[in-house]
Ligand binder design. Structure first.
Ligand code: PAF
Length: 286
């Protein structure tokens, strides 16, 4: 496994790879790697000759300085895991490499950004889009892999690539869950042992809501009200939002029939840790 911290040697290496006729997959991460990342890496390994994993905690996507400070950083362990899963290349740049100057570019994704994560974390998706545009430009992968857990992010990145006509295909990989249903996330590392059992609330609410909407035909506002009650079982839990949206354009809907493929998205806190999750509203998928 080759590790690069600078752009120029990585580009030279990848130029050689391409001139040998090989294709390349990129798995962008912020480190603290877990089973969800492994499934992205395995997918990329199956679909490309070589897989690049980037590890970079991107400061421009954090609207809360405390969150950036506390974001888990486990580089040595990450390298070990990447070696084990057979990742070919790691790109792990410093802030100086990624942002030699204070960035001036801002992205505005309009209705894709006005709700849910974009509403509660203003500027977040501008920072995500900036770093992803940079990574796609640096690596120029044939395919790039993102997790379904961050559905709004995946939708915005797909739009970014489409509008800027970036020649990389975006592949969205289903969420990997712990046996009790908790979606795998680097942020789970920040949960205190006493908080960890409470973190299943997101999966419980999504499972309840999916059933209530599809089988019991309950109106969405009633479902949200019950979700709030479920969150009130422990003072360490706080529901930020439960939204039902069209998975294509993120338009909020109140009637499940109003979208071809509706998705439920949820965000909230367990203690100090903010978590998100989602579930498609069709009978076949999670
Ligand atoms: O999903 C993440 O880990 C990050 O938002 C990403 C896509 C690596 C950009 O920093």
């Amino acid at each position: 496994m080759q590790i690069f911290h600078e752009i120029a040697p990585l580009r030279a290496f990848l130029r050689q790879i391409r001139s040998d006729g090989k294709d390349c997959g990129l798995v962008p991460t912020m480190g603290a790697l877990h089973g969800g990342h492994v499934s992205l890496l395995n997918r990329s390994k199956n679909e490309n000759s070589i897989t690049v994993c980037s590890i970079y905690v991107n400061p421009t996507q954090f609207n809360n300085p405390g969150d950036l400070l506390n974001y888990p950083r486990t580089h040595e362990k990450d390298y070990e895991l990447l070696e084990k899963v057979g990742c070919d290349v790691v790109f792990s740049p410093t802030d100086e490499v990624m942002y030699p100057d204070k960035p001036l570019i801002k992205f505005d994704f309009g209705p894709l950004d006005d709700i849910m994560e974009g509403y509660y974390r203003p500027g977040h998706f501008s920072g995500v889009a900036l770093v992803v545009a940079k990574l796609l430009n640096i690596v120029q992968p044939d395919r790039a892999y993102f997790g379904q857990k961050d559905w709004q992010q995946a939708t915005i990145i797909s739009r970014l690539v489409e509008e800027l006509q970036i020649p990389s295909e975006i592949r969205i990989v289903p969420t990997t869950r712990e046996p009790d249903g908790l979606a795998m996330s680097s942020r789970n590392l920040r949960l205190k042992p006493s908080e960890r059992p409470q973190a299943t609330i997101f999966y419980e609410v999504l499972t309840y809501a999916k059933n209530a909407i599809l089988k019991e035909k309950k109106p969405f506002p009633t479902v949200v009200e019950h979700a709030r009650e479920m969150f009130s079982r422990d003072p360490r839990l706080r529901l930020e939002y439960l939204e039902m949206v069209d998975s294509k354009n993120l338009n909020p809907i109140t009637n499940v029939e109003d979208a071809e493929r509706p998705i439920l998205c949820i965000a909230g806190y367990v203690g100090e840790v903010r978590l998100i999750d989602n579930m498609f509203l069709d009978l076949s998928s999670n």
